[in-house]
Ligand binder design. Structure first.
Ligand SMILES: [Zn+2]
Length: 146
């Protein structure tokens, strides 16, 4: 069992290394890090907002201005998150399943959700498009022997 897990681990590492070589993968990793950072900022702002609400509720004060600032910050961060998510999707350039509309990785042969065959547009070079179709007949004319 260990050897199989080890094999899977090695295979995954190889895939990771191969992926990191491309500029797109680097950009994708950068965007994902960015997304994590923004998510963390959103969490912090929610906490701050919660702390203000708690404090004001306890003391009986109201400070809508401060709450509005927090809400504005969160809205700004959510907008940034949207932009980053869109960029990530663009890079992944996922392929939509013709059956169920699920986004599958580029190069997927079957949909991960419904199993339908993906209509992959392969840009195949027509190798013999201009070659003459009639081949010269190398056959000797049949001459019946007597
Ligand atoms: Zn599908």
């Amino acid at each position: 069992m260990d050897t199989f897990d080890e094999f899977l681990g090695k295979a995954k590492n190889l895939v990771d290394i191969a992926g990191k070589k491309t500029g797109e993968a680097v950009e994708l990793a950068r965007l994902k890090m960015n997304r994590i950072q923004i998510n963390s900022d959103i969490q912090k702002t929610y906490e701050k907002l919660g702390a203000f609400v708690y404090k004001f509720h306890k003391s009986g004060e109201t400070n809508d201005e401060l709450i509005d600032i927090c809400v504005g910050e969160i809205d700004g961060l959510l907008a940034q998150l949207d932009v980053i998510s869109n960029k990530i999707n663009d890079i992944k350039s996922s392929v939509k399943c013709p059956q169920c509309g699920t986004l599958n990785d580029q190069g997927a042969i079957y949909c991960a959700k419904c199993g339908a065959k993906m209509s992959v547009e392969t840009v195949a070079e027509p190798e013999y498009a201009d070659a003459p179709s009639e081949e010269p007949t190398s056959e000797e004319p049949f001459t019946p022997e007597e």
